[in-house]
Design a protein around this ligand. Structure first.
Ligand SMILES: [Zn+2]
Length: 150
């Protein structure tokens, strides 16, 4: 992993760093020795790093605990899927991409997963997507309320 996040021991704010670096200077002026710190949220994506730092600092500023790595990653995945799907013009193709990305992410997905992506895209409702995908035999039901792509 090329990047990670450290929380400054002086001001308590998060900062994105390159894992190869030995030290970094925080906005508050404190020099942070990375070998003594635990790097959180490791990633290879500079975009994901920037988003994570923003999310963690927003939580810290709001007086909330730092979000768990799992929760952040999950949220990121939905965002990534909706960003990828948003640019596809053909509705059925778009729905298919969303469903197959969700299947890759979770091995099987629920209507709730679809709703989260649908809310970010703001085009088709999750119910419509599921109905159309099933109609075209692109998605099938694997269990009680769980689906996956063919
Ligand atoms: Zn600081």
């Amino acid at each position: 992993m090329k990047y990670g996040v450290v929380v400054c021991p002086k001001c308590g704010m998060a900062k994105g760093v390159e894992t190869v670096k030995k030290t970094t200077i925080c906005q508050c002026g404190r020099e942070i020795h990375l070998s003594r710190m635990k790097l959180k949220y490791p990633t290879d994506s500079p975009q994901e790093l920037a988003r994570t730092v923003a999310d963690v600092n927003a939580a810290l500023r709001g007086g909330k605990p730092v979000p768990s790595e799992k929760r952040l990653r999950k949220k990121d995945s939905y965002t990534i899927i909706s960003e990828r799907a948003k640019i596809i013009k053909d509705p059925l193709e778009r729905m298919q991409i969303i469903a197959s990305e969700l299947t890759t992410l979770k091995s099987e997905f629920t209507l709730d997963d679809l709703r989260r992506v649908a809310a970010m895209i703001g085009k088709d409702s999750a119910e419509d997507m599921l109905a159309r995908l099933q109609e075209h035999n692109l998605v099938y039901q694997v269990g009680e309320g769980t689906y996956k792509t063919v």
